[in-house]
Design a protein around this ligand. Structure first.
Ligand code: ZN
Length: 378
């Protein structure tokens, strides 16, 4: 493989670096990288990897562009709202670099498709925004022996690391529990400063290039934390957990159907799969039920106190998610009522519903779209 004249011109700044040069650039052009999640992190990662001449990029995302994405997902424009993110991204990236191959996967990652989607790629970028997909991606990477370049952001903080590789920890080694009700919500739910995914995504892109070229020291075994408010970076050493079930036997845990089910239910606007607690209630249904018999319904607002300024539903009981497991006693006396759990957008409330169902509460529902939907309802 030799570079064309146009490629020489395009990649000159790389060619001038002795650590990359023509051989390194050719390596980048031969490499294949899959980005799972084309949101806040996927936007900068894909833009820079396309510009750098990664020869084949895979873009995976089921979602369509929403107006609220534009605050941080810099690939998209207002005119893209409603269109598939992966497809829009492909068009935009082709304008940046028309010489690379771009494949799109407009679907959720599931146990059924993970192997087929991941197999052709050398490295996998975790740019997902939820735990279920991330655990599934981690397991699939372990099974297929691929390294996962992980990034995540929340509010003013971000973190980045590289998982997998010989003797190195996986995501589960560092974060063994997946379904705690206090689990951090995603960006839509908990909020995020728009620049945070840009900063973290950029570090992920650098890690990808380093891994392909074998340059420098990768973030394997190191977790890099960034706090935007103090403008400080911290580095934590992370090591393989000897009891990690995924590392011990990837086949036994990998691609568990339960994670696929959770990813799919999220796609359908549900967050859990317990048959007795599966239902959500819409604002319309709740208003009707309150009109019929207000006394028979208990509304629990699981948002944190700083969110109350966004509006509070009438007669709601406030039990913030962070105190939820220890404050259940306050609702025990109401267990005969129909319980409706609300949060800002209806994601955390689903976790709370699952938690209540696991504790034996019956007749518990999550308010679809949350308090936001309550106040938007006309
Ligand atoms: Zn592990």
């Amino acid at each position: 493989m030799t570079l064309s004249e146009a490629e020489y011109e395009r990649y000159t700044p790389h060619l001038l670096l002795p650590q990359i040069g023509v051989t390194g650039q050719e390596k980048l052009l031969r490499s294949k990288v899959l980005i799972v999640g084309m949101g806040g992190l996927g936007s900068p990662v894909s833009l820079y990897l396309a510009a750098a001449g990664i020869g084949t990029l895979g873009l995976m995302d089921y979602d369509t562009v929403a107006v609220s994405n534009l605050q941080r997902q810099v690939l998209y424009r207002l005119s893209d709202v409603g269109k598939r993110k992966a497809e829009v991204a492909k068009e935009k990236l082709a304008e940046v670099n028309p010489d690379i191959h771009i494949h799109t996967y407009c679907e959720w990652l599931t146990a059924d498709n993970a192997k087929d989607v991941l197999s052709p790629y050398d490295f996998i970028v975790d740019a997902t925004d939820n735990f279920n997909t991330r655990y599934l991606l981690n397991d699939a990477c372990l099974l297929l022996n691929k390294m996962m370049i992980h990034g995540s952001v929340f509010q003013f903080e971000g973190q980045v690391s590289v998982f997998g590789g010989r003797g190195q920890p996986c995501y589960r080694c560092v974060y063994p529990n997946s379904h705690h009700p206090k689990a951090i919500p995603n960006c839509t739910e908990g909020g995020v400063l728009g620049m945070l995914p840009g900063i973290i995504g950029m570090v992920q892109a650098v890690e990808v290039i380093k891994l392909i070229l074998g340059l420098g020291e990768s973030l394997c075994g190191r977790l890099l934390l960034y706090d935007g408010l103090t403008a400080k970076w911290q580095e934590l050493q992370v090591s393989k957990n000897k009891t990690c079930p995924a590392c011990r036997d990837p086949l036994a845990i990998s691609l568990k159907k339960e994670y696929s089910a959770l990813c799919r239910t999220r796609a359908e606007g549900r967050g859990h799969n317990s048959p007795s607690c599966r239902e959500e209630v819409t604002v319309h249904e709740l208003k009707q039920a309150l009109d019929n018999n207000k006394e028979s319904i208990l509304i629990i607002d699981v948002r944190e106190p700083h969110e109350y300024q966004l509006g509070c539903m009438p007669n709601a009981v406030f039990i913030p998610m962070s105190r939820f497991p220890t404050h259940l006693h306050s609702i025990i006396n109401h267990s005969e009522k129909q319980i409706v759990v609300a949060c800002q957008f209806g994601v955390r409330s689903q976790k709370a519903v699952q938690f209540l169902c696991d504790k034996g509460f019956k007749n518990v529902r999550s308010l679809k779209g949350g308090v936001h939907a309550w106040f938007s309802f006309k």
